[in-house]
Design a protein around this ligand. Sequence first.
Ligand code: XIL
Length: 397
Amino acid sequence: MKLRRWIATGVVAVATVATLNALPATAGRQYDPAEQSLRTLGQRHGLHIGTAVDLAVLNDPADPRYRQLAASEFSSVTAENAMKWESLEPTRGSYNWGPADELVAFARQNNQSIRGHVLVWHNQLPGWLTSGVADGSISKEELRALLKKHITTVVSRYKGKIWQWDVVNEAVSDPWDNPPTLHYKGFWAQHLGPGYIADAFRWARAADPKALLFYNDYNIEAFGSGDPANDKTQFVYDMARQLRAEGVPIDGIGSQGHLGTQYGNYDTLQVAAALKKFSGLGLATAFTEVDVRSQLTEGVQAGDSAEINPRLQASAANFSVLLRACLADRHCLSFTVWGFTDKHSWVPGWFSDPPEGMATIYDENYLPKRAYHEMKADLIYAGPPYVLPRVPHRPRR
Ligand code: XIL
């Protein structure tokens, strides 16, 4: 009896292994997870792997690899600039929907979900709006009405097509700002007061009740160990808790994840703890703009491998920290990189003194870097009991 059970178990085991080896094999070769795309590897976890997309490059016939990889490696896309207010309404009252519509069509063709970015931000506002406020021709009442109209128009146009909207972006100051006490910063807080945040979420919800509504910010990857009164992550946490308590329709917190290898950054456990604290409020979480830049020292620029290698390794390690933390939080729904190739990253144009770069997962020739392979390994070698599939989120109210 015992022997028969052993034999039976053995037969089942051999059959199972045989099936596992046979099932996904293509052309007689064994299944190798390392040959799968990021988007395929994310699927087992229910995790969307996303990228920001530059529409001009996507449409450049001289650069076909960009379009291929944007389609094949990612299951979520974000417009890098095309859905910002200055892009959508460069002249008051006349909209330029073309590039944003193209992204929506691209996502549909490739079975990708879309993170809408961004409805309310103090940067990349149209000149007519900021100058009108500055010269007094746009009053506070009119400004509030314009914001409501903007949110309603944009969210309605893409109703049912956007998975997650970044409703409010970067509303909170940094400890190095003036005054150093953390506060609501920027154009909207200055002119409308912090109440604009709750208003924006309510207007967005009214225009598309099915989209998940996110607050998005940088430097909120982990809680600090010092004074909580000076901790940006804590400030955002308190804000989110307050908004939930007031019944404001916020569904998620987006942590941008712009890191640099010259900084201390965080370890996986710190980042996972922060995500879990946010999701403990009943919110979804996401990494929304991940890149890990490095200073391009003279040695790096001269091709000195003793300076290049530590940066490539540190960059890969930091991508991995954020991805593993995301995997560890069942409410972390998506992991989006802010561009996937050093050929088209915003970093060199933005951080030039000292020059910085090398921030993405593919090099300038579209060769995958160590960071890309580490991301794959993280997706492959994660599973129960500590990494479980994502819990689906629906808009709360
Ligand atoms: C950046 C784009 O990548 C650049 O092309 C543009 O010139 C400036 O904005 N946080 C955000 C993003 O929320 O919208 C920013 O994108 C990067 C920082």
